[in-house]
Design a protein around this ligand. Structure first.
Ligand SMILES: C[S@@+](CC[C@H](N)C(=O)[O-])C[C@H]1O[C@@H](n2cnc3c(N)ncnc32)[C@H](O)[C@@H]1O
Length: 254
């Protein structure tokens, strides 16, 4: 079990390191630019709770981290990923844009941060790749402060019906072809539709998040092609103020 988790993680890490140089370009081409709209929705959901410190996990080339910092310059933004070539590109992009963001090497299954450290965590198209969802959710819960928010943007399995069939055709036939040609790594773009088919559907992911302790809800975009799951870590109940009654002060004159 341990070996297969580590094996999957290594394959994923190597795959993203290899496609890093072409990743941004392919994202724009393969999603026809719609990914920007989905990303903005995730960023808005994270900023809604007015966080002071945000982790963008599986940050890749840093698109979400950069967007967070552009929309809310006062927020401390940290981008984390375990593929170093992706992180290097993210650093260069932030530098070119003049945005102060820290990018750190971080494995989602063993986050290098203390408990209760972040007010919000965003993960765009990264969660699906984690080798152990339950372990990752436990780690995310640990590093979020009480009252903190987790936002997961992902590709759920294609919806049923006409749009789903069309999308499945695009995803399994066209996308691996274009992705393979441009990135030079055909297997990475075959992995994408396979991993999407295997990913839990939105109600199942919501249940997994709830079991990890989050108050959870989700929203679908573009006919169900993407889903944004929001999980809030419950804040502790405020202590009830002590009530002063005659019973506790028997000597006081009534
Ligand atoms: C599809 S890319 C998404 C990048 C970026 N968030 C975006 O929206 O474009 C997935 C990223 O997840 C990262 N990743 C996968 N498993 C990870 C793990 N266990 N810990 C940290 N990063 C991981 C990969 O290295 C890759 O950069």
């Amino acid at each position: 079990m341990q070996d297969s988790t580590e094996g999957k993680a290594k394959v994923v890490q190597q795959m993203f390191s290899e496609i890093a140089p072409r990743y941004d370009f392919l994202n724009r081409v393969l999603s026809a630019g719609v990914d920007r709209v989905w990303r903005l929705a995730a960023v808005k959901a994270a900023l809604e709770i007015r966080p002071a410190r945000i982790l963008d996990l599986a940050t890749g080339t840093g698109d979400i981290a950069l967007l967070l910092k552009k929309v809310a310059p006062e927020v401390e933004v940290i981008g984390g990923d375990f593929a170093l070539p992706m992180l290097e590109l993210a650093r260069q992009k932030a530098q070119r844009a003049g945005l102060a963001i820290s990018f750190v090497e971080a494995d989602a299954l063993q986050l290098p941060f203390p408990d209760d450290h972040f007010d919000a965590v965003t993960i765009a198209f990264g969660f699906r790749n984690f080798a152990d969802y339950k372990k990752a959710l436990a780690e995310l819960y640990r590093v979020l402060a009480p009252g903190g928010r987790l936002c997961i943007l992902e590709f759920p399995p294609p919806p049923r019906g006409g749009l789903g069939a069309l999308y499945r055709f695009y995803f399994t036939r066209i996308l691996p072809l274009i992705g393979g040609l441009i990135s030079g790594n055909a297997s990475a773009y075959r992995y994408l539709p396979d991993s999407v088919e295997r990913f839990p559907d939105p109600p199942t992911l919501a249940t997994m998040m709830a079991l990890a302790g989050f108050n959870t809800r989700y929203q679908l975009f573009t006919g169900g092609i993407t889903a944004l799951h929001i999980g809030d870590k419950p804040a502790p109940a405020k202590p009830t103020p002590a009530v002063r009654t005659g019973e506790f002060y028997p000597d006081e004159p009534s």
